[in-house]
Design a protein around this ligand. Structure first.
Ligand SMILES: Nc1ncnc2c1ncn2[C@@H]1O[C@H](COP(=O)(O)OP(=O)(O)OP(=O)(O)O)[C@@H](O)[C@H]1O
Ligand SMILES: [Mg+2]
Length: 392
């Protein structure tokens, strides 16, 4: 999104050729700094003719310090040497004659290239890592496929090359480790002793790594009674620390709103809500959605996944969507290969590439996680299931 600083809200039409359609016209400098502060994706500010050179330079100086990757371009009717010198000293990238749309389009392209380089260098220094994404897989009903989905999505993300951690927050009956045939090095309960000073080394001391995919896993203690001894703030610290070291942190949950689950939902960038084609699952999901609304969770960060679709039980996807008042984003077919793979302890997404449920789970991870968070995703052929059309 490009910000155009001008007192005239209609001015975006004038520069449509050079700036494209995604332009927000803002009238005051504080609105611009706020918009830039609030979104890491804000990379270009174009300053219109009706803004003085001094305020334009002040904004550029501030952005140069706070957000050096944000490009600032200044539009003027005529390019005067003094204005040019003052502008470049303040950090404005280019001064462009306002009636020359081709030159403006070129300047925008050069600015984008420079920004991409600066963002790339930042990522190299670990800045991007500090914004790892937390994806929580939840349903208030048991046995709908939360563990299946979280395990397979995390395995696929890891196999695609992203540093990925799977956290099993089903602290009483978690079965992530067993479904991946892992022997945990430590458990979530061990983190209680590191409370207040959990760091990378602490995390590494409790993770087990799934060799085939490189996925790291943190499992709960095998004694269900230990669950109560894990305070919610330990989970918060775990997730916050994890997101600074991993690109993706996937969280599997028990089928209820425990305080640990609420903590995870609160810091999640994406919640995958799992439904199946049965009335209790849909009713529980509706209640879960109401609870998330009450908690003030953003609707944009929720995706409804219909698992085990295709079984003929008298309920269809449209009825589920009507009951949920929300569209189903992805359907995962019912397939016998899924429990078979779980029983053998391997993630079906990497082991059986052609299995229809595996294909749909990979597509879920690719589109709703990787692409959503800006990762380039190689496009496969359309497969007839997986992503559904929008209900709009
Ligand atoms: N798409 C699918 N097709 C066929 N079987 C599936 C599918 N998804 C999950 N299952 C099977 O359903 C059962 C329950 O799945 P899973 O353990 O993932 O559910 P859950 O929601 O994590 O359950 P719990 O609430 O007990 O933790 C498992 O045997 C699993 O293999
Ligand atoms: Mg489970």
């Amino acid at each position: 999104m490009t910000i155009l600083w001008s007192l005239d809200p209609r001015v975006s039409e004038t520069y449509r050729f050079a700036l494209g359609g995604g332009v927000a016209v803002l009238t005051h400098a504080p609105h611009i700094t706020k918009a830039v502060d609030e979104s890491a994706d804000q990379h270009l500010v174009v300053i219109g003719l009706d803004i003085g050179v001094d305020p334009a330079c002040e904004l550029a100086e501030r952005l140069r310090v706070d957000r050096p990757e944000v490009g600032v371009l200044l539009l003027r009717q005529r390019i005067d040497v003094n204005v040019l010198a003052q502008a470049l000293r303040s950090g404005i990238r280019e001064v462009v004659q306002s009636d020359d749309q081709t030159t403006l389009a070129d300047a925008v392209r050069r600015s984008e290239q420079l920004t991409a380089q600066l963002v790339g260098e930042g990522a190299g220094r670990g800045d991007r890592e500090s914004h790892g994404r937390i994806i929580t897989v939840f349903s208030a009903k048991g046995s709908v496929g939360k563990t299946t989905l979280s395990t397979n999505i995390a395995a696929h993300l890891a196999a695609s090359g992203a540093r990925t951690l799977l956290v099993d927050l089903d602290l009483m009956f978690g079965d992530v480790a067993i479904s991946l045939q892992l022997v945990p090095a430590g458990t979530v309960s061990d983190l209680v002793g590191m409370r207040g000073h959990l760091d990378r080394a602490g995390l590494e001391s409790v993770v087990a790594t799934h060799e085939q995919t490189g996925l790291d896993v943190i499992a709960p203690s095998s004694d269900p009674a230990d669950a109560e001894r894990v305070p919610a703030d330990v989970i918060l610290e775990l997730l916050r620390t994890a997101r600074t070291h991993y690109t993706y942190v996937v969280v599997d949950t028990p089928p209820s709103f425990t305080e640990h689950v609420l903590t995870a939902l609160d810091v999640s960038d994406l919640t995958l809500l799992v439904a199946t084609l049965d009335i209790p699952a849909v009713k529980n999901l509706r209640l879960a959605i109401n609870t998330l609304d009450t908690l003030g969770a953003s609707k944009d960060s929720r995706v409804i996944v219909l698992n085990r679709s295709g079984i003929k039980v008298g309920l269809d996807v449209d009825e589920v969507e009507t009951a949920l008042k929300q569209s189903v984003s992805v359907s995962i077919p019912n397939d016998l290969g899924v429990p078979k793979a779980a029983n053998r302890g391997y993630p079906i997404v990497v082991q059986d590439q052609r299995n229809p449920a595996a294909v749909a789970m990979r597509e879920l991870a690719d589109q709703e996680v990787r692409a959503r968070f800006g990762e380039p995703v190689e496009q496969g052929p359309r497969r007839g299931f997986g992503r559904r059309r929008s209900r709009a």
